[in-house]
Ligand binder design. Structure first.
Ligand code: FAD
Length: 637
């Protein structure tokens, strides 16, 4: 398939403005005649639904939680980037653009990233106007801190709960529209299929999670802001409910899936403690502003941290990367943690942890200031581990956190199915092979508040879209498909729980398609996953029935989709014979153990087409061109 990214050309500073000017507009009086279905109420979907309704469109908004404000975005801790240069420390739109293209290891589109950096400054203004309580300095200016991969302070934050505060802003904007009658809200409603008519997205099929009722909603365009799929690994920092079903089922209806193997492993999470753990907890990257990462110099040194003298500690990030120190990007920090643990220098009972130590910061700044900056994170750490991080260093280890892969979208955020858009973590995003910290919130809000509301009008104004009744054969076919999957899952009545299959799949993925990958390991995974998937469909035990609140059934559908997605992720990782960002193939590394890209052969977005479960998918390539930031070996030394 020929992929047209619709990326504008010409001077990068004016691309978005010129592009917007060339887009068709919908007359204000005509906007209310269009119905837009927005699935997801996180920062991306919530911002999109509120803004589209404010513009005058009729919006239907869906989420599976009981309230839109429980979307996973609420968990975001550390902050949101913007090139405001309030600190006068050399930041600019160009620098944010540069850092993001480089941070993503040259696997993102320059036009998109530049637009993201431009819009970043509008996001902060918009959120402040909504009343989001960003942290302020004594003078009253908004405060900033630093995140990985940047040498400036450009991260705006609200203690360790930035996502929650930003989501409350978007939620209030959404509620205002619900009150005005422009948004119809459907909580506890899960999208289970996409309705495609004459090649265009015209609706969705949903299941009411309380009553089990299967229903269809039709409209002129569909927007998926359904978040990321990190939970394919079972253990991740994502909310337990985060899943891939909406984007995966859209993929099965024809939307290409881009760079599925690009996953982000966050270096600072509370380590796994046992077999029956169901979730991992993030300790925000902001902690690396003041915390120092180290392990003992000697292998197998089991002394308590406070008894290890300074000369016998290895602050390995500061040693290896003196320019960026503890604030190297996540992929680099994670890999280094794995290296030192593989050398036998890991700490804690399992040896799969490194220290994040605040001793020096507390001595320098005082306990109160550290408490003010990170108090809620320290409390969370203490509640989970029983250790006081003010007096004993935190133990941390990398964990699955975010996915850079997702539905392929063009510059207008439209997928390969006309009329279907993807925003936020659900699309393959602007982050290339590695996302810099505090950029997901920026991207989700840029997509939802600023990009989509401009671009969607062009599609609506350019196409004649007849009304679609819910008795249309394509609607009936999609409904029958959903009913059939639900029935099939309930009828298996096997012996093993959904969770046990999910956990086993997660282990395969972590082992063979996790922090480091090899061709041999990926081939092993590609043997194991289909076998486990087949066993799941023969033997899974889903309790209850389909006409009630049934979380076992909900999970079963999501895990069934994870099985298919996991296979695609491994294929994508196997096909990409290079290392870039979070995709680290052991066969492709520099003599210093850094990711070795192969720009000649792999400077493209891999966009996969579905050809049936178990059949080899179709690989399409969107070549990437770099006119401004020339690909080089990333260095943070
Ligand atoms: C612990 C943690 C901390 C983080 N901290 C930061 C940070 O400090 N800074 C930063 O930039 N990023 C951070 N991130 C990443 C960031 O939070 C996410 O990438 C971002 O919030 C995703 O937003 P979203 O709107 O795309 O999706 P989400 O917030 O995941 O929302 C998804 C929405 O889709 C709905 N949905 C999903 N599937 C369906 C379906 N089938 N039917 C109906 N509804 C559906 C859900 O109900 C929900 O409303 C963090 C992530 C984690 C896990």
């Amino acid at each position: 398939m020929e992929l047209d990214s619709k990326s504008p050309t010409g001077p990068i500073e004016t691309r978005w403005d010129r592009h917007r000017f060339n887009l068709k507009l919908v007359n204000p009086a005509n906007k209310r005649k269009h119905t837009i279905l927005v699935v997801g109420t996180g920062l991306a979907g919530g911002a999109a639904a509120a803004t589209l309704a404010e513009l005058g469109y009729h919006v239907k908004s869906f989420c599976f939680q009981d309230s839109p404000r429980r979307a996973h975005s609420i968990a975001a801790q550390g902050g949101i980037n913007a090139a405001k240069n309030y600190h006068n420390d050399g930041d600019s739109i160009y620098r944010l653009f540069y850092d993001t293209v480089k941070g993503g290891d040259f696997r993102a589109r320059e036009s998109n990233v530049y637009r993201l950096a431009q819009i970043s400054v509008n996001i902060i203004d918009q959120c402040v106007a909504q009343g989001v309580p960003f942290a302020r300095e004594y003078s009253g200016y908004l405060d900033n801190r630093s995140f990985g991969g940047a040498q400036v302070s450009r991260t705006f934050y609200a203690r360790g709960q930035t996502g929650q505060q930003l989501l409350l802003g978007a939620y209030q904007a959404l509620e205002r529209q619900i009150g005005a009658g422009t948004v119809q809200m459907f909580p506890r409603t899960e999208m289970l299929d996409l309705i495609v008519i004459d090649g265009r997205a015209r609706g969705i099929v949903t299941r009411d999670l309380i009553t089990g009722r299967i229903e269809s909603h039709t409209g002129d365009a569909v927007v998926l802001g359904t978040g990321g799929y990190g939970n394919v690994y079972y253990l991740s920092t994502n909310a337990k409910g985060s899943n891939a079903t909406a984007i995966w089922r859209a993929h099965k209806r024809g939307a290409l899936f881009a760079n599925p193997c690009f996953t982000q492993i966050h270096p600072t999470c509370i380590p796994v403690s046992g077999e029956y753990q169901s979730k991992l907890t993030l300790m925000s990257e902001s902690l690396r502003n003041d915390g120092r990462v180290w392990v003992p110099l000697q292998k197998g040194d089991k002394r308590p941290p406070n008894q290890i003298p300074e000369a016998e500690r290895d602050y390995y990030l500061e040693r290896r990367y003196p320019s960026f120190g503890n604030l190297v990007p996540r992929d680099v920090a994670s890999r280094n943690a794995k290296f030192v643990c593989d050398e036998g220098r890991g700490v804690g009972e399992t040896g799969l942890a490194v220290y994040l130590d605040f001793r020096d910061a507390i001595q320098r700044l005082g306990k109160n200031l550290i408490k003010e900056r990170y108090g809620n994170l320290f409390d969370m750490y203490e509640r989970i581990t029983g250790e006081d991080p003010y007096s004993v260093p935190m133990r941390i280890y990398p964990a699955i956190h975010y996915v850079m892969g997702g539905l392929w979208v063009d510059y207008n955020l439209m997928s390969t199915i006309p009329g279907m858009y993807a925003v936020g973590e659900a699309n393959f995003s602007d982050h290339g092979a590695n996302r810099l910290g505090a950029s997901a919130l920026m991207q989700g809000l840029a997509d939802g508040y600023f990009v989509l509301p401009n671009t969607i009008g062009d599609y609506l104004a350019s196409n004649k879209l007849e009304k679609i009744g819910t008795d249309h054969p394509a609607v009936k076919e999609a409904e029958a498909n959903v009913t059939c999957i639900t029935k099939k899952l309930l009828e298996i009545k096997g012996t093993r729980s959904v969770d046990s299959y999910h956990r086993e799949l997660g282990k395969i993925m972590w082992e063979y398609c996790g922090m480091s990958r090899t061709a041999e390991g990926l081939k092993t995974a590609l043997g194991k996953i289909p076998a486990l998937r087949e066993q799941f469909w023969r033997d899974v035990k889903v309790l209850g029935n389909g006409e009630e609140l049934n979380q076992s059934l909900e999970k079963a559908g999501r895990v069934a989709d994870f099985f298919e997605l996991a296979e695609l992720m491994c294929l994508d990782a196997l096909e990409r014979n290079e290392s870039c960002g979070g995709h680290f193939r052991e066969e492709f590394q520099t003599p210093e153990g850094e990711a070795a890209r192969d720009d000649e052969r792999y400077s493209y977005v891999a966009a996969w087409g579905f050809r049936g479960v178990g059949n080899p998918p179709e690989l399409n390539k969107e070549p990437l061109n770099f006119e401004y930031v020339h690909p080089s070996q990333r260095s943070y030394k």
